[in-house]
Design a binder for this molecule. Structure first.
Ligand SMILES: Cc1cc2nc3c(=O)[nH]c(=O)nc-3n(C[C@H](O)[C@H](O)[C@H](O)COP(=O)(O)OP(=O)(O)OC[C@H]3O[C@@H](n4cnc5c(N)ncnc54)[C@H](O)[C@@H]3O)c2cc1C
Length: 434
């Protein structure tokens, strides 16, 4: 794809993060045949965490990434990190029962703590970390009591932070961070390279031959190959036919981010809050103020086709106006809010919204399906798979208890879009009756 086509396609279009990358990015295309014990396919957060885990234990592992590090979901997401999974705690309990749900809840916290240890460390200073997450509700009323870690913010106080008539109350949590995910990946990549890890970028696995004790991966038009005793698919929502052992379990779902022009002093009074913010609607928004005072606005999903950047910009402005009409009101000439960046990314969702982690055939493993909540869950699962591969823990067995979910083939995307429309309707209905 030419550079011009890439910029027009939302899935590749330049993100605000790319214009604000301060940290290390190395690119090493594969230039000779390789052998290893474990070959990881996919250099998003899941693949990189697994690689780091394995090489720290002395495993001869390498990673193959089709693009550059950070071009896919892990480097172009909202930059929120909180405990939990894409599926709600209630949903997990009804899927696997109370006991396993508790274990999975703990895994999600372990992944969150793994991230916090890095986010707050000196090596990751470039990632613009901020603590604190605010959830805002458009309907319903607060519960009677909140745990000590949460603080209820009633409507009047909330209006001093967010000038919107749509919100009825908010809940603040200290547990949660925002950061620049692209810089995070670059820092992680740097740590791995300093440990001697082999990361090959622009090195797409195009086909595989599975022999009993060895898999042969053909890379980039079959010029080079990698022989590996074990392989791991960490291909997220970006895999093609070559990822068939895992792709039947997940659907790639696109989601969208827009970044506005820097807010003026007047506009900053409307969003007078530097926490990471999300609303609790079933198909809601998440947003935050970036270090240069722009508003990052996350919204919408599609499973059938994609929106182009013009459409994302238009939809985002409409969406922002529905929550903060004053932000879009005409101010002084040249001070109108506009969208400077618009992009999309693929999330990998299984139909039950939990990941697919474990052995899919002898010596072939899956590490995919983190949906819209991968910043803690991808590291959690990667470390558990890494510990299984080195024989130091058998926690992986918990993931095997999550039932296999087929992606519904050709009708899967239609089902996903219908569900999203239904959730949006339910949101409107809840607001109307509240
Ligand atoms: C717009 C957007 C906003 C989001 N916001 C948040 C958020 O705020 N907080 C949160 O927790 N989560 C968020 N998510 C979800 C989160 O980004 C993902 O769950 C997470 O990044 C998944 O990581 P991954 O490593 O599994 O996949 P990816 O990061 O997608 O990496 C998969 C990699 O595999 C590579 N690959 C695929 N096929 C091949 C092949 N054949 N050969 C070699 N390489 C291959 C791809 O190029 C890609 O780099 C968001 C996602 C998107 C798209």
């Amino acid at each position: 794809m030419t550079e011009e086509l890439k910029q027009n396609s939302a899935i590749f279009s330049k993100t605000w993060y790319e214009d604000n990358t301060k940290s290390y990015a190395a690119n090493h295309e594969i230039t000779s045949n390789q052998t290893c014990d474990v070959a990881i396919i996919g250099g998003g957060l899941a693949g990189l965490c697994l690689l780091q885990n394995l090489i720290k234990e002395g495993v001869d592992a390498l990673l193959l990434e089709a693009n550059e590090i950070g071009k896919s979901a892990s480097g172009r997401n909202g930059g929120f990190c909180t405990p939990g999974w894409a599926l709600s705690p209630e949903g997990i309990e009804s899927l696997v029962g109370f006991k396993l749900a508790n274990e999975l809840n703990q895994f999600s916290k372990d992944g969150y703590n793994w991230m916090v240890n890095r986010i707050c460390s000196e090596n990751y200073r470039s990632i613009d970390t901020k603590k604190g997450v605010l959830s805002v509700s458009c309907s319903g009323s607060p519960v009677n009591e909140y745990p000590e870690s949460l603080r209820l913010i009633q409507k009047d106080e909330l209006r001093t932070l967010l000038k919107s008539d749509r919100y009825t109350f908010g809940v603040f949590s200290e547990e949660g961070y925002q950061f620049n995910p692209l810089n995070f990946l670059n820092c992680l990549q740097k740590e791995i390279v300093e440990l001697g890890g082999r990361i090959f970028t622009n090195s797409k696995v195009v086909s595989m031959d599975y022999l009993k004790d060895l898999s042969i991966l053909k890379v980039n038009n079959s010029n080079f190959s990698v022989s590996a005793k074990r392989i791991v698919f960490a291909t997220g929502g970006y895999g093609g036919r070559e990822t068939s052992p895992v792709s039947k379990s997940i659907l790639p779902i696109q989601t969208y981010i827009a970044v506005t022009s820097p807010l003026t002093m007047e506009q900053k009074k409307i969003i007078n809050c530097n926490w990471a913010i999300y609303d609790t609607r079933r198909a809601g928004n998440y947003y935050r103020i970036l270090p240069d005072n722009r508003l990052l606005w996350g919204h919408s999903i599609t499973a059938l086709g994609t929106k182009n950047t013009d459409k994302i910009k238009k939809n985002a402005l409409k969406d922002i106006a529905s929550i903060f009409p004053e932000l879009l009101e005409e101010t002084a000439p040249g001070k109108n809010l506009k969208i400077d960046y618009a992009w999309s990314g693929n999330m990998a969702y299984a139909s039950h919204m939990m990941p697919y982690v474990g052995q899919v055939k002898p010596n072939v493993y899956s590490l995919v399906g983190f949906g819209g909540h991968g910043m803690n869950t991808a590291p959690a699962a990667a470390n558990i798979l890494g510990d299984w591969l080195t024989g130091s823990s058998d926690k992986l067995k918990i993931f095997e208890k999550i039932p296999y979910a087929w992606n519904w083939g050709m009708i899967g995307p239609l089902g996903a879009e219908t569900k999203y429309l239904y959730l949006k309707l339910m949101d409107r209905f809840s607001e109307l009756i509240s």
